[in-house]
Each structure stands twice: as structure tokens, then as C-alpha cells.
Design a protein around this ligand. Structure first.
Ligand SMILES: Cc1cc2nc3c(=O)[nH]c(=O)nc-3n(C[C@H](O)[C@H](O)[C@H](O)COP(=O)(O)OP(=O)(O)OC[C@H]3O[C@@H](n4cnc5c(N)ncnc54)[C@H](O)[C@@H]3O)c2cc1C
Length: 249
């Protein structure tokens, strides 16, 4: 039997290992992200220089051949479930008897104006971390939108490079869907002690492209109860952010 697993994250790879333990089936794992499985949770440590990419790969390169787990780097664009065939972005067909979808997740975007501008990224895939790396050179201020686990990781990542961080959190308290008020306050205090410009109760309104010839230079221009525009002084064409403060922190 030919088993195809779409996604080489922890779910896909765990499935592949268990299927191999119990059967002699033909196994192929497909992913468009990286050639080899790596630990997504360690992305921040690569950026911060604590680990090399290869240190985040739990299995040695020989593991896959030894265990007869085929790996294919490809983007799957379409699946014909009747014909049991996957189609890559290049139009190549890959037949399967059984298909496991382990395609994971991706960063949320909600149709905000400017969300697809260069320099606006989530952090989920390896390529997002590469984009952060690319945009970090010469960057003086980064804005992190979203006060959860990934947001605070991104704040720490930029902070580790000496890049000033403005951190927008919609809720009145940090990560209050998870943390009790005392702990939420402790994290907020800790962030501010490390000079993170934490703005609770603040939502982004839009992200504006930087117009050529428009001077962004001075950093923040801030008016209470109005919008805040933040320029990212960067060599490349940079977006400009505008957001509302619901509460003044
Ligand atoms: C920065 C960060 C830190 C995290 N920290 C923690 C933590 O501390 N603790 C914790 O429990 N969880 C953490 N998580 C969440 C955890 O990493 C995920 O829940 C987990 O990686 C999901 O694994 P998965 O195998 O389901 O999917 P994924 O790891 O997303 O793997 C799916 C793969 O499928 C590929 N794929 C999807 N669609 C296609 C397609 N059409 N064609 C080809 N390939 C495709 C994707 O590119 C991806 O490589 C963190 C996540 C991030 C981003």
C-alpha cells in the first residue's frame, strides 16, 4: 500500500514513524517548507543564535533512508480524492492508496489593510523566521501585534538583537485568557522593565505603505485618543503602521 502524508511537522512525522513500526507500507512524506523535519518551537532560538537550524532537527539525515520513509519537497495545490492523486504546484500527479493530511496551521490574517505589505509577517513557518532575519538588518523598531505566546516570543527575538519593540495587545491585560491577573501583571511588568513598549487594550487599525519622499525618520508620532502612526526606519520600502489606543497605558 502506498501511504502519502502531507506535512512533515510533528504530526506527519509521528504518524510516519508509527506506520513504519507496524507495517511495511510504502511511505512518502511531502512538505513545501523544509527538506527535513525540524522543531517549530525552536524557531526563536535559531533567530537568537542559541541554536543552528540543524540542531533543531530531531533525526539525523540517515534516519529517513534507514526507515524507508520517502521525503518529497513539493507544494500540493490540489487533491483529486476520486482518483486518489495529489497535484503539485508544477502539475505533477502523485498517486496514493491512503492519504494523511497533517498540514498544520498558519498565521492568522483578517483582511487588514496593508497586511500583505513587505515587512509585515507572522511567525509560523521557517520562511517567516527567514523574513524576520532579512528585515532585522538596520531595523530600529519592530511592532508586534498579538499578545499571546508567539507575540511575546517575537518581542524577545527582536529585543535580543537590540531592536526596540512596540507590542500591541488587544486585551486590557496580557494573555488574560490564560493567565490569572497577578501573572498577567507580572509578565507586563517584566516586559516593561526590559523596555518593551507594551500597549495593552490597543488594536491595530491599518498598516500603511511608506510613500517615497515621505519622511518617517522620527519614529513615533503619538496623539492621545487619536491614532498612532509608527514608522519603521529601514533602508527598504517600509510599511507604516496606524493603530488606535482604546485605553491609555
Ligand atoms: C514560534 C512557535 C512556537 C511554538 N511554541 C510551542 C510550544 O512551546 N509548545 C507547543 O506545544 N506548541 C508550540 N507551537 C505550536 C506547534 O509548533 C504546532 O502546534 C505544531 O508544530 C503543529 O504541528 P503539525 O505537525 O500539526 O503541523 P506543522 O508543524 O504546521 O507541519 C505541517 C507542514 O505541512 C506543510 N504543508 C501544509 N500544507 C501544505 C501543502 N499544501 N503542500 C505541501 N506542504 C504543506 C507545512 O508547510 C508544514 O511544514 C509553536 C508554534 C510556533 C510557530
Amino acid at each position: 500500500m502506498k501511504i502519502v502524508i502531507l506535512g512533515n511537522g510533528i504530526s506527519g512525522i509521528t504518524a510516519a514513524r508509527h506506520i513504519r513500526k507496524r507495517s511495511d507500507d510504502d511511505i512518502t512524506v511531502i512538505s513545501d517548507e523544509t527538506d527535513l523535519f525540524f522543531s517549530r518551537t525552536a524557531l526563536m532560538y535559531i533567530y537568537m543564535g542559541h541554536m543552528r537550524f540543524r540542531d533543531t532537527q530531531p533525526y539525523e539525515p540517515w534516519f529517513w533512508e534507514k526507515n524507508r520513509i520517502g521525503l518529497l519537497r513539493a507544494r500540493i495545490e490540489r487533491i483529486d480524492f476520486q482518483q486518489k492523486t495529489l497535484f503539485t504546484a508544477q502539475g505533477e500527479g502523485i498517486a496514493y492508496d491512503k492519504l494523511l493530511l497533517a498540514t498544520g496551521s498558519r498565521s492568522n490574517k483578517f483582511g487588514w489593510p496593508g497586511q500583505d505589505l513587505e515587512g509585515v509577517h507572522g511567525l509560523y513557518h521557517y520562511q517567516d523566521m527567514e523574513a524576520m532575519e532579512r528585515h532585522s538588518a538596520g531595523l530600529e523598531r519592530a511592532i508586534v501585534v498579538g499578545g499571546g505566546l508567539i507575540g511575546v516570543e517575537m518581542a524577545e527575538m527582536f529585543h535580543s538583537r537590540g531592536i526596540a519593540v512596540t507590542f500591541l495587545v488587544r486585551e486590557p491585560d496580557f494573555w488574560n485568557i490564560v493567565l490569572p491577573p497577578e501573572e498577567s501583571a507580572m509578565v507586563s511588568r517584566h516586559l516593561r522593565e526590559h523596555h518593551v513598549d507594551l500597549r495593552l487594550g490597543t488594536e491595530r487599525k491599518e498598516i500603511l505603505p511608506d510613500a517615497f519622499g515621505k519622511k518617517c525618520g522620527g519614529g513615533n508620532q503619538y496623539r492621545r485618543n487619536d491614532c498612532l502612526r509608527v514608522c519603521r526606519p529601514h533602508r527598504r520600502r517600509q510599511p507604516e503602521y496606524r493603530f488606535f489606543e482604546k485605553h491609555h497605558p
